[in-house]
Design a protein around this ligand. Sequence first.
Ligand SMILES: [Zn+2]
Length: 52
Amino acid sequence: MTKWVLRCTKCGNEWILEVSFDLTKLESGRLYHYCPFCRHNTFHEIVKRLED
Ligand SMILES: [Zn+2]
């Protein structure tokens, strides 16, 4: 699993998502995902990958 810092494009909050795939391979550079702050699905920018 890899940890990624995502920024919600709606509320602007940054939070950490753990997934098993490489988010830098997304064509759009954005991820449609549930935002824990907005409490519904929004687009997120990939801020960076966290190194353990
Ligand atoms: Zn949000």
